[in-house]
Design a protein around this ligand. Structure first.
Ligand SMILES: [Fe+2]
Length: 298
């Protein structure tokens, strides 16, 4: 079976494009790309979009775009999905144009959003290189590794892990089972990676949540940009979910804040890359090695 290369883009349905516009550009350091009355494309690199904000009431994850190297791989993957009983449909030209990709298929996710499978992302002209008005380092860690990761809330935990691994073909990286965060509750999360090996592109856990998207993560190439972004968040009175800390599994130094849509966003540095030739699945007992002090009870 051909494999998903990376998490290529995310589509977020947001109730206030204006709130997101300033949050994304002035606090996260993303670049505002092309826009319509109902869509803002956020740039993290040379592509036209890595995060697409679509006007709507949900204030939640709408779609994850899984990337394939080429059409041969994509078509082979789609045939395999169909043979496993997954209902998957080719997108129409309008949706391909909106997502700024060459070829696209869609299928419902088990947890209430849409999985999109694509190849051929549109790149910006050379005269319009990525520019962040806030980052001081070399920008965001994207490229082959994709845009970052998402932690989606599982309606049925085991069924979700089965869907992501057995149907979509993601590979398990590790587990965290931490009973120290909340009294009487064990946080139990499964982390999964794609072919290019970002420690996890998708994680899932069962937890009480009004949102499908517990948090999404974007990663910078300079640790100073994590600290500077944290200072910007505090100066703007953005609610902090967890202060700066370090995860034992992906080795990420990060903090978590509340986005204008109410779900979380992790802003990090230093996440490791998995080499499937020499990777052993592990189980960790702590969400964090240090820091990540909860400032809002999730
Ligand atoms: Fe994360």
């Amino acid at each position: 079976m051909s494999e998903i290369q990376s998490l290529g883009y995310m589509v977020l349905e947001v109730s206030s494009l204006e709130n997101w516009r300033s949050f994304a550009a002035e606090l996260l350091g993303l670049q505002i790309g092309s826009c319509t009355d109902t869509v803002i494309n956020l740039r993290m690199d040379e592509r036209e979009q890595r995060i697409q904000l679509v006007q709507g009431e949900k204030d939640d994850l709408f779609a994850i775009g899984w990337e394939f190297k080429n059409l041969v791989d994509l078509n082979q993957y789609i045939e395999t999905l169909k043979s496993k009983g997954v209902v998957v449909n080719a997108a129409n030209e309008e949706l391909c144009l909106q997502r700024k990709v060459e070829s696209l298929y869609v299928c419902d996710d088990i947890n209430g959003y849409t999985n999109e499978f694509f190849t051929g992302p549109v790149y910006a002209p050379i005269s319009s290189p990525f520019y962040s008005s806030k980052l001081i380092g070399d920008g965001f860690e994207t490229g082959e590794l994709g845009l970052g990761h998402a932690l989606v809330v599982a309606r049925d935990y085991q069924a979700s892990v089965d869907f992501y691994t057995q149907k979509l073909g993601l590979k398990i990286t590790d587990y965290i089972r931490d009973s120290s965060v909340f009294p009487g509750v064990t946080v139990d999360a499964t982390f999964m990676h794609t072919k290019t090996g970002r420690h996890h592109s998708l994680a899932t856990a069962a937890m009480p949540s009004a949102k499908i998207l517990q948090h999404m993560m974007i990663q910078v190439k300079d640790l100073n940009d994590v600290g500077l972004a944290f200072d910007r968040m505090k100066a703007a009175n953005i609610p902090v979910i967890m202060g700066i800390g370090h995860h034992p599994n992906d080795k990420m130094v990060s903090f978590y804040i509340v986005t204008p849509s109410g779900f979380g966003l992790e802003f990090g540095f230093g996440g490791i890359v998995v080499d499937d030739n020499d990777w052993h699945v592990k189980t960790y007992q702590q969400l964090s090695d240090w820091g990540h002090e909860f400032q809002i009870k999730p």
